[in-house]
Each structure stands twice: as C-alpha cells, then as structure tokens.
Design a protein. Structure first.
Lengths: 411, 428
C-alpha cells in the first residue's frame, strides 16, 4: 500500500488542463478548451474502446455465433451476421432498458427505463461522493459496504420501530442513517489520525464487522428481526418513513435521487468554497505541507471520514427507505459500496464528475437487467464494460495510441 | 503522518545524538486484550471440562486427549497474559521494545484460553483445527507473497483478489479440459500472470495510479469470470467445470510426528508448494542479487537506475512473478477446496491478503504469519459453530476482524511501506 496517499484521480497530470481553479475563465470556455485539448475526446474514445471489447465478448460467447463458426470457412458471412445480431441485440436491449423503450407506443411507458436509470443512479452518486470526498483528502475508503450496511440498517430500525408523524419520521430515519454511517467511517479516520492504522485495512475489516453487526441485529427480534420469523429480515418499512415516489405510482423513481442531487451541490460547495474543503484538499495533496501550514491533518482525516461515511450511509437509507422497502436484509448494500469506488474513480473525485459517472453506471445497471432478461446475456458484462471504461479513461496515452491520435501537446 | 500521541521520544542523557523511540502501544493493546478476555470470562462463566484432542484416529503415535477444567484453565492463561502485558510495560518503561515472540506467546495464550472457555463441555480437535487453518490460509499466503514482491519493487498490487479469482477460474477450466491437476495449476499461474500484465502495462508503462488500476482490475476479473461462467462454464459443466482434485500426501517420517506431522505434513501438494514458495521468497528477497535489486528499485529507483539497474524492467518482472504466484493461490479454490468454479468464489480473500501484507510490514515471514492467523480464525469459526458456543455466532465470526483492527491500530501502528511504493518511475 502507498504510505503516501493515493494520487487523487482528479489531479493526475493528464487532468491538469481540466481542473478549475478560482479565477479561471468561465466554464463554457473551459469546456471548449477541454474538447480541443482532447480530454472529452479521449473519454468518448475510451467508452468506444470499452464497448468494442464488450461486443467481442458477447459475440465470442454467443451460441449462434459458435454454431455458425463451425462452418466458418464455407460460409463466413453467417458467423459475421450472427455476431452482429448478438451484439446489436445486446446493446439495443441495454438502451431500451436504460433510456427509452421504443418497442411500446405509449410515451409515458416508453420513458420508464429512464426513471429506472435515475433510481439506480441515486445511491451510486451518494456513495460515490462519499468515496470521492475521502479520496480528495488522500484517504482510500474501501469501507463503503460497512458504512452502507450500518446506515441502511439504522434507517430501517427507525423506519420499522419508531412511531413518528409522517415527514418527521422520514427525516429522523435519514439523519440516523447519516449518523451511523458517519460514525462507522469516522472510526477509520480517527484510528488513522491517532495511531496511523492504515485506512485500507481498517475499512476492509470494518466492512466485515459491520456486516456481522447488522446480521446480529437482524437475528434478534428485540432489535430488528420480524417477529416469529426464521429469516434475518425485518418487517417492511412504515409508510411514514418511506421516500415518496416522485412521479406517481407508475414509476418507481423516488425522492432519493433528489437527495443525491442536493448532496452533489453540498459536496461541491464543501470542496470548492469552504475552509474545510480547502483543508481536505491540502491534506490530500501534501499532508506534510498542510501540517506545516497549521492544518490539523489528523482532525481533517476524522471529519472527512465522518462526512464521507454519512454520505454512504445516506446511500444505504436510499436503498432501505426507497428502493427496497419490504424490509432490511444483510444484502441491502447490493454491491453499491464497491461500485461507488469505480464511480468515484471515473468521476475523478469531483462532484459533477461523480454525478455524470453515477448516471452512466445507473444506466448500465438498469439496462443490464433488461439485457439479461430479454437477451440472456449475464449482467456481468456490464461490470466488464464499466471497469474497462475506468481503465481506459485513466490512461489517455493508451487510448491515443490505439486510435493513432497524435500525442497530446503539453497544456 | 504524525500528530501521534503514543510514541515517546526520550534522548538518552549521556549521548544526546542517540534517540530511542518506544511506543506504548504494545503494552496498552496487550492490557486491553487481557482485560477484555477477563471480562468475557467473568460475564459468561460456565462450568465443565474442555477436551483437547491431540491426535486423529489414523495417527501412528496416539497421544492421549487432554481434558482440563474449562474455567480454571481459562483463568490461568489470563494470568499468563497479564504477566506478559506487565512484562511489556516494564520493557516499555525501560525504553525497550516488546519483542515479536512475546506478542506471539501472548496470542497463543489468549487463543487457548478463549478456546478452553468457549468449548466448555465439548472437544476441540486440535489437529483438525490447525491443519484446516493451514489449508485455508493457502490462498491468503500466496496472495500475501504476491503483494510483498510487488510492493517491495514499488508497485502496489491491489489486484491480488483479481489474480486469485482468475487463477481459480483458469485452474477449473484447464484442469477440466486436460484432466490433470498440474495442468490446472499451470493454467492458474498463467491467468494470474495475465492479470499482472495488465497491471504492469497500466501502472508501469502508462503511469496510471496503481490503486486505481488494482481496484478496477478486480472488478474487471469479477465481471469477466462471472460472465464466462454463466455463458460458457455453467452450460458445459461436465466438460469445462469439473476439475480433478489434489489429494493429501503424507510425507514419510515427518508426517508421523505427533501433532506437527498431521498438521504440517499430511497436506496437499499445493500446501507443500506454499512452504517452498515462502522459504524461497524470504531467502531470495534478502539474500540474493535479485532481491537486492528488487528492493533497491522499490526504495530508491533513481539510485538504482544510476548504478545501471533497469528500473521498469525489474518492476515488470516482479509484477509478473507476483501475479503468477497469486494465480497459484487461486488454484486452491478449484483444485483443492471445491472442485468447481463459482462466481466471485474468492469472497474478497485478496483484500485480506492485502491486509496481511501491511500487517506483516512487507516482510514475507511476518506476512505469512498474519495470513496464517486469518486462516486460523476462519477455521475456528467453523469449529465453534459445530460445538456451539455461548456467544452469538455473529460475534464469533466478527472476532478476527475486530482483533485485526485493534492489532493494526496498536501493535503495527505506523507501518512504513517501501519508499517508492506506488510511485511510477519516469526516467529523466
């Protein structure tokens, strides 16, 4: 492991030309410059490259393609056709499942996939912000799973057990989720600050500890388990504590997505406009220099992990109170705690980047389920494409070499 | 990273240039564990005898099972622990560090005390417990060796989990197709190597942040193996996903030593390979030209370059070797443990191996011991769930991880990685 904090993804040399500093020209001009300088171009090409690799994978493993390839040398066209059909089918299903379903006539039904995408994007953005914020302070928060579990279970505990008036009930549940997730994160930050314990080990271990704590809570009727049940599962969340649906009962999109948008704005403000954000970035870029400048780096670590954990805890509440309201289980994190790492990396740890990355991955998730259902292609393909996108985007020189673009001029 | 409260710096009076730094963390943590265990014994007192079974039925030399009164034994050992903690305090006050063997002795006392208490009225199969611990530690040890080699050369290897998983997948596939365990093992090493090639290309040649590459490669391998499993392996399980298994081989003479024999020398070939690997790596890293160069590249690449060592080539070789080693570890899952591949079957073991690397302070032997401790903890969970223990099972399962947090915060503390760990080398 790095003793020095991992290089902050937003601050790599390739990204320097795109970082905004106070006093820079307005954003549209920056955007223009970025396109010219090629950052956006390499991002798009990275996406293309990842999709091509994914396509190859689909084609190679498709049954019809393999059937046709047995007589490849007598009729090569068949193989190509079958491969094209498989790839086309996969990506059409992905699109229809995530953006617009053009197979139905009713536009209100056709845009349903888009709302599904937004629903999946909500927790990814929230948890991605938590991981990204810690990244900016030079901390690698692998503890998303534990923080989500604690936050989600705490939200569920309030949502199931407390009897509060509608509205207040939901707010209390969200706050308690943030508190529990935040404390779980702060524990890692505090240990790092006081004893130098490596946050990577501590957060990994806290994932397991958190899992068993929640498991224990779910197997005790006095805490969370549904009465007279053998399963580690709670009762459904009371209606007064669920996140209300945003577009009526026809769509499953709930308030969690708006919470995520608010969180993006808040984190942006913290990072770019507040003294605390300045301390975070200073500690992340050079802890020694920050200390010399009088910043209490240890306290910054603790507080940043508190905020990061609170954000991830909110993602857990988003799952329990909004997406799956039928009761708390140990699977409530649904892998989002780990997906959040890739979201933060793709978003280069910047709030708006994380928003975009969360939307993209949300679309992949929504579309992946549709693709699995209609084409029989395992949703794991989405993981492959996602990870390739992050890899390629992190290595612009490689993408440029593949597409034979000229090397980027020094900005 | 300072602002530490713990280390006390005391310049000796006669020679002001000599500075001894003694941390109080070791005695503090030992005391906390002693008090904690004592509290557990106080709160959960239960009578009965605990039997430690020292030999299995097939052993040549039969040792009698040792039966002890549970509570008395547990308390006696707590007294031993308290004595060790006291000794550690005395050493610290005299500004001397607590030696590793004392901590090891403390750990053993704590474990036996805990076992005696938890299994009151039952029997602990000591041989099965320890032998199982070694077997379960195999992927962790191989993974930790991979991590140590990579990081000593200056390349952070978070992709251990991906290499283990790729190894498990390839071992199942190749082993089933060829029908030979050794072919499966070779396939596993090759798959780990392929993941390492990707790590090398992105981290060494393209200077992408190594933590990022590692995490993303893990996701990529999970995605790839799960995808191929559902699309190719699962539908053709008979031909592609039913590898042969390694059988346990008893080493003559050594295998007949009481307790130690069945634990260490009645294992599978993969375990013996692990012994050899650890010994060779521990020796080569500190005693061979290869090891010296590797460490030079990880500590001060510029100096290494100046004396003519090819930094990036050395790093590439180290990363590829590390990948192949982790791949071998992955073979354990499909060629020893369960003879078929399943999606995400490593269950994050690579991250535990990573913890073992840091826990073991980037040293092969210490990292191996840390990995063995994790293996022991996993086996213990199984044994205790069979005998049934007074503590809710979830807390039992949680224990190793809690202990690790304490240990990392207290005993290991600010561990120092190789100086150039994670920093790409750009000549110039």
């Amino acid at each position: 492991m790095t003793g020095a904090p991992p290089e902050i993804p937003g601050e790599t040399s390739e990204a320097k030309s795109g970082t905004t500093a106070p006093g820079d020209p307005p954003s549209w001009r920056l955007t223009l410059r970025e396109i010219v300088a090629g950052n956006v171009l390499t991002a798009v090409l990275a996406l293309v490259l990842a999709v091509i690799v994914g396509s190859l994978l689909v084609a190679v493993t498709d049954d019809e393609v393999r059937e046709a390839s047995k007589y490849f040398f007598s009729r090569p066209g068949d193989t190509v056709d079958a491969a094209f059909d498989a790839i086309w089918g996969a990506y059409t299903a992905l699109f229809q499942g995530s953006v617009y379903n053009n197979r139905v006539d009713d536009p209100a039904t056709a845009i349903r996939p888009l709302t599904e995408t937004l629903k999946f994007a909500g927790p990814l953005i929230l948890a991605g912000l938590g991981v990204g914020l810690a990244f900016r302070a030079g901390l690698f928060n692998i503890g998303g799973r534990g923080q989500m579990l604690l936050g989600g279970a705490a939200a569920g505990w309030i949502g199931v057990k407390a009897d509060l008036p509608a509205g207040i009930h939901l707010v209390v549940a969200l706050l308690v989720a943030m508190l529990f997730g935040g404390l779980w994160g702060a524990l890692a930050g505090f240990l790092k600050a006081r004893t130098g314990a490596h946050e990577v080990i501590v957060t990994i271990m806290l994932n397991y500890v958190g899992f068993y704590l929640v498991f224990y809570a779910l197997s005790q009727e006095s805490i969370l388990q549904a009465p007279n049940s053998a399963n580690p599962k709670s009762l459904p969340i009371q209606d007064s504590a669920t996140l209300p649906r945003l577009l009526g009962d026809r769509y499953t999109l709930h308030l969690g997505f708006l919470l995520a948008l608010v969180a993006v704005a808040v984190v942006w403000w913290i990072l770019n406009r507040s003294a605390f954000g300045f301390r975070i970035r200073a500690a992340g870029e050079n802890p020694e220099a920050a200390r010399t400048a009088g910043i209490d780096v240890g306290r910054t670590y603790t507080v940043v992990m508190l905020v990061a954990g609170a954000l991830v805890g909110l993602a857990g509440a988003n799952q329990v109170l909004g997406t799956v309201t039928s009761g708390v289980t140990v699977d409530l994190d649904a892998g989002i705690g780990f997906d959040a790492i890739t979201v933060a990396l793709l978003g280069r740890s910047r709030p708006l980047g994380i928003l975009a990355a969360g939307l993209l991955f949300g679309a992949f998730k929504a579309g992946g389920f549709a693709m699995q259902a209609s084409q029989g292609i395992p949703i794991d393909l989405v993981l492959v494409v996602q990870s390739l996108i992050v890899l390629f985007i992190a290595a612009p020189p490689l993408v440029r070499a593949v597409f034979r673009l000229p090397a980027k001029e020094a900005a | 990273m300072t602002i530490s409260a713990a280390p006390t710096t005391t310049p000796a009076e006669e020679a002001p240039t000599v500075v001894t730094v003694v941390s109080r963390k070791a005695p503090v943590v030992l005391s906390i564990f002693t008090v904690g265990l004592a509290l557990v014994l106080l709160l959960g007192s239960h009578d009965g005898d605990t039997t430690f079974r020292l030999s299995t039925r097939d052993d040549l030399f039969q040792l009698p099972a040792v039966t002890v009164p549970a509570m008395v034994t547990a308390w006696l050992l707590v007294v031993v622990m308290a004595a060790i903690a006291g000794w550690s305090w005395a050493l610290t006050l005299r500004e001397r560090p607590t030696p590793l063997w004392l901590v090891a002795l403390f750990t053993v006392a704590a474990l036996v005390s805990f076992l005696a208490w938890a299994a009151a009225g039952g029997t602990i199969p000591v041989v099965g417990l320890l032998g199982g611990a070694i077997a379960l530690a195999v992927p962790l040890v191989f993974g930790a060796m991979s991590g140590v080699i990579g990081e000593r050369a200056g390349v952070v290897n978070i992709a251990i989990d991906g290499q283990l998983l790729a190894g498990a997948f390839a071992a199942a596939l190749v082993g089933s197709m060829i029908g030979s365990t050794w072919a499966g093992l070779a396939g596993a090493a090759f798959a780990g190597l392929l993941v390492a090639v990707l790590l090398g290309v992105f981290a060494i040649s393209y200077h992408v942040d190594q933590v990022i590459v590692g995490v993303v490669l893990n996701v990529l391998v999970i995605g790839l193996t799960s995808f191929l499993f559902s699309q190719v392996l699962a539908p053709n399980a008979a031909e592609l996903n039913s590898p042969p298994r390694f059988k346990a081989i008893e080493i003559p003479l050594l295998g007949e030593i009481p307790v130690i024999g069945p634990v260490l020398f009645q294992q599978t070939a993969v375990v013996y390979l692990m012994y050899v690997a650890v010994a060779v790596i521990a020796w080569a890293l500190y005693r061979s030209r290869w090891g010296l160069r590797l460490r030079a590249v990880g500590e001060h690449p510029k100096a290494a370059d100046t004396v003519g060592i090819k930094v990036n080539r050395t790093r590439y070789r180290a990363v590829l070797l590390a990948g192949a080693i982790a791949g071998l570890g992955g073979a354990f899952y499909t060629l020893v443990s369960v003879p078929q591949f399943n999606r995400e079957m490593t269950g994050g073991a690579g991250y535990i191996a990573l913890a073992a690397v840091i826990f073991g302070k980037w040293d092969p032997i210490r990292a191996t011991l840390a990995a063995l401790l994790f293996g022991f903890a996993s086996t213990l969970q199984g044994v205790l769930s069979v005998i049934g223990s007074p503590v809710p099972s979830q807390f039992m399962l949680m224990l190793p991880y809690v202990v690790t947090v304490f240990a990392v915060a207290g005993l290991v503390g600010r561990s120092r990685p190789p100086a150039a760990d994670g920093v790409p080398y750009v000549k110039g």
